[in-house]
Design a protein around this ligand. Structure first.
Ligand code: ADP
Ligand code: MG
Length: 308
């Protein structure tokens, strides 16, 4: 493109809240063949709310037999342990659990110890008890069988919720679930990309069932969903899609996404995303609107000439 065309594209982009990091980026966006969206905060609003608390005391393990030393925690106790344990976590899932407990008038304890287990959950000590909050793997790695929770977990996950197991003192105690809403324009963005012949994928650290439920809501094919991807593995996932020469645009907002944004043919960050993501990206969408991915492509093609 001529310097003048680059100038025009950059200006139209800026007017539409689409910032390209230079003229070569503006040119390359039109060649994108596959778009990979991060789920949380990119396709969804990233505003988690606590929706469910389930108590899974010993009587609920299917045996129906409660012995003298079985003290099933009720829902309030499950939430109190989970929220107290999550007090030191910055994760949006954790913030929703703490806020949910506070809104329900539950008095929380300050954890005596706290540890993040990236991609899986947290471990804390609350009132002298070891508390785990996180996914199936977090519990099974600690020798706690998550299977008695499976039916309840699946029901929540099929609803698109992120369900987290709560274990107290080495025993499965219950489940807390957070929900997030899909952005209003996510479905339209996916369908506009597919109409253009662009493949659309979704990648997330969240579990398979929740991921598929969200993918269905926005119109992404289940076979294009990568779930349970650890933060350090997101870039590898992008590289493997690119291994046959496919030109991939990764769209994300989180610190977790930065390496994948850098690895992609085009990295696109949301303006509300973390500074690390914006720095790693080639394009920034100031309006946080997934439909602006389509705008970015059209500007690059020179087919978006009018300001809407
Ligand atoms: P995402 O891509 O959704 O940001 P993460 O890699 O941060 O995913 O987390 C993956 C999974 O690990 C979550 O879906 C959740 O099950 C569990 N997890 C992570 N952090 C926490 C936490 N603070 N409390 C409970 N569970 C957590
Ligand atoms: Mg995200």
């Amino acid at each position: 493109a001529t310097p003048a065309a680059t100038m025009v594209g950059t200006t139209i982009g800026a007017q539409n809240g689409v910032l390209f990091k230079g003229g070569d980026i503006l040119e390359r966006v039109k060649d994108v063949e596959t778009v990979v969206f991060d789920k949380t905060g990119t396709l969804t609003k990233g505003e988690m709310t606590l929706t469910d608390v389930v108590a899974l005391g010993p009587a609920a393990d299917g045996s129906g037999v409660v012995t003298a030393d079985d003290e099933a925690l009720d829902e309030t106790a499950v939430l109190r342990y989970a929220a107290s344990a999550e007090r030191n976590s910055e994760h949006p899932l954790a913030r929703a659990i703490v806020t949910g407990a506070e809104e329900r008038g539950i008095d929380l304890s300050d954890p005596e110890a706290f540890e993040n287990v990236p991609g899986h959950g947290i471990r804390a000590t609350v009132d002298g008890q070891t508390v785990l909050v996180g996914n199936r793997k977090l519990l099974s790695d600690d020798g706690i069988d998550p299977s008695p929770a499976e039916d309840a977990l699946r029901a929540l996950e099929d609803d698109g919720k992120t369900a987290m197991l709560v274990a107290v003192d080495g025993e499965l105690a219950g489940i807390v679930a957070d929900a997030d809403e899909v952005k209003d324009t996510a479905r339209a963005a996916v369908s506009a990309l597919r109409e253009r012949g662009t493949e659309v994928h979704m990648i997330t650290g969240d579990n398979e069932r929740t991921a598929r439920a969200v993918a269905a809501q926005v119109g992404i094919d289940p076979s294009n969903v990568s779930a349970g991807v650890l933060p350090e593995d997101k870039a590898d996932a992008v590289e493997s899609l690119q291994s046959d020469g496919t030109k991939v645009m990764m769209v994300g907002d989180g610190v977790n996404d930065a390496p994948a944004l850098a690895a992609a043919f085009v990295g696109t960050a949301l303006g509300s995303g973390t500074d690390v993501a914006i720095e790693a990206a080639d394009v920034t969408l100031m309006r946080d609107d997934p439909q602006d991915v389509v705008k970015a492509i059209r500007i690059s093609e020179g087919t978006l000439s009018k300001i809407k």
